[in-house]
Design a protein. Structure first.
Length: 397
C-alpha cells in the first residue's frame, strides 16, 4: 500500500477580522461556482463543451468587470479550487456517477473554502491563510504526524456557527496491521446496533432519541418566530443547529471507536450490502435507521480496512441471512420482524435471530472468498447443502 492521504480536522476560533475575511471568501466561492455553472449550462444547451481552463479564463474576465470587482478582495486560490470542484462534478455527471451539478444556495449550502500550498503558510505549528496577517487560533486536539506538511487546507463553518480547519497530509504512521485468522460476521439492527457472529451484541446508543425532547422544544420555538432574517429567528435556528451538531458529534465519535476496534481485532469483516437510501422510505423506521447511520458505519469500516490491510466483504442484500439455519442450512419460508428467536424444524436448533444472521453472513463471506460462489443459496442443491454450508463444514475439525 502506498502513502495514505489523511485529513486532520480541528476547531479554531477566528478573530473578528478573520471571520469577516472568511465569510467574504465563502460568498465569493459560492458566487464563482454559480457563475461558472451557469456558463457551462448555457454552453451545454448550445451543444458546446466548456472545461476548467475556459472557466478559469472567464474568472479572469469577471474580475475586471465593475459588477464583480469584489472578487479581487479575496484570495484567488479558493476561487480556482471551486472551479476544479465544478470540473470534477461534471466529470462525475458524464461518467453517470452523479446527477447534474446544482447551484449553491446562500442559506443551505456548506460554507467552505479550499486552499492549496500557494494559499497558506504552515510553520512551527502555526497556520496563516492568504490575505490574513495573523495565524489561526487552532485547538490542537491531537498532533499532526511527525514531519507532516499539509498539501491542502479546507476552512469551513457549520450550521451551528463553529469554525473548522481540515489539513490533508501524508500520514506515514498508517501501516498494515499484523495478519490474523480472526473473521467476524456483522448484522446491523435497531434493537442492537451490531450483532457479531461471536454472539456479542453492541447496544444501539440512539443518540437522536436522547435529545429528542430538547430538539422538539427548540424546533417549536423556531417555528413560532416570524419568517425572515430577524435576530430572534437567527438565534432560534442556531439553537436547533447546535442540538443537531451535538447529536452528530456523539454519533460519529461512537462509530469511529467501534469501527476501529472491529478492524484491529479481525482480518475479515463480513457485512450485508444494504440499500439504506431505499430503507429510509419506510416512514415508520426512517428516523431510527437514520440515527443508526448504517451507511456511515460501512464507509468507516471500508476505508480503515484499506488502511490497515484488512478485508471487508459485502454480502448480497437478498441473501436470506435471517431465514437460514446456520447449523443445517435449512431455509425457512417466513420470518416476520417480530420473531426474535426461532427453532429450526429440521435440526431442532433454537436460534437468536440476529446472532444466526451474523453467523450466516460470516459463512457466506468465507464461501465467496474460498469458493468464489454466490451468496444466494438455492432452496435445493444436489447434495442438499449450499456453498456456504459446505465451507462451514470444511472448516470444522
Amino acid at each position: 500500500m502506498g502513502r495514505v492521504k489523511r485529513a486532520f480536522k480541528y476547531r479554531f476560533y477566528p478573530t473578528g477580522a478573520q471571520a469577516a475575511e472568511l465569510s467574504r471568501t465563502f460568498g465569493c466561492v459560492r458566487k464563482v461556482y454559480n457563475l461558472a455553472l451557469a456558463a457551462r449550462t448555457q454552453a451545454w444547451t448550445r451543444q458546446e463543451r466548456v472545461n476548467y481552463n475556459q472557466t478559469s479564463a472567464l474568472l479572469t474576465a469577471w474580475k475586471k468587470t465593475e459588477e464583480l470587482a469584489f472578487l479581487n478582495d479575496v484570495s484567488s486560490v479558493p476561487l480556482q479550487q471551486t472551479l476544479r470542484h465544478l470540473q470534477s462534478a461534471f466529470a462525475n455527471f458524464f461518467s453517470k456517477r452523479a446527477k447534474y451539478p446544482r447551484f449553491k444556495s446562500r442559506k443551505k449550502s456548506r460554507k467552505s473554502a479550499e486552499y492549496t500550498t500557494s494559499g497558506f503558510r504552515f510553520r512551527d505549528g502555526r497556520l496563516t491563510l492568504a490575505k490574513m496577517a495573523e495565524p489561526l487560533d487552532i485547538v490542537w486536539s491531537r498532533p499532526l504526524p511527525t514531519g507532516a506538511k499539509p498539501s491542502t487546507v479546507t476552512v469551513s463553518q457549520d450550521s451551528a456557527g463553529r469554525w473548522f480547519v481540515s489539513m490533508l497530509c501524508d500520514d506515514l504512521t498508517v501501516k498494515p496491521l499484523s495478519a490474523t485468522d480472526a473473521a467476524v460476521g456483522v448484522d446491523v439492527g435497531l434493537n442492537h446496533l451490531l450483532t457479531l457472529s461471536t454472539g456479542e451484541k453492541i447496544a444501539n446508543p440512539r443518540h437522536e432519541r436522547r435529545d429528542r425532547a430538547r430538539l422538539a422544544k427548540a424546533q417549536r420555538a423556531l417555528a413560532r418566530k416570524a419568517k425572515g432574517d430577524g435576530a430572534n429567528r437567527r438565534k432560534a435556528r442556531l439553537e436547533v443547529a447546535k442540538i443537531h451538531a451535538r447529536i452528530a458529534d456523539r454519533r460519529r465519535d461512537g462509530l469511529h471507536k467501534l469501527t476501529t476496534r472491529l478492524v484491529r481485532e479481525n482480518q475479515t469483516i463480513v457485512i450485508e450490502d444494504l440499500t439504506v437510501r431505499n430503507m429510509v422510505r419506510n416512514r415508520s423506521l426512517a428516523r431510527a435507521i437514520s440515527d443508526a447511520a448504517w451507511a456511515e458505519l460501512r464507509s468507516l469500516l471500508e476505508y480503515k480496512a484499506q488502511w490497515y490491510g484488512r478485508e471487508v466483504i459485502a454480502v448480497d442484500r437478498f441473501f436470506p441471512s435471517s431465514k437460514l439455519c446456520s447449523v443445517c442450512g435449512t431455509l425457512q419460508d417466513k420470518m416476520p420482524l417480530n420473531v426474535r428467536t426461532w427453532t429450526c424444524a429440521a435440526c431442532g436448533t433454537t436460534h437468536d435471530r440476529d446472532v444466526n444472521a451474523a453467523r450466516n453472513l460470516l459463512a457466506a463471506g468465507r464461501a465467496v472468498s474460498a469458493c468464489g460462489a454466490g451468496v444466494r443459496p438455492q432452496r435445493r442443491t444436489p447434495d442438499g447443502q449450499s456453498a456456504m454450508k459446505q465451507e462451514a463444514l470444511r472448516r470444522e475439525p
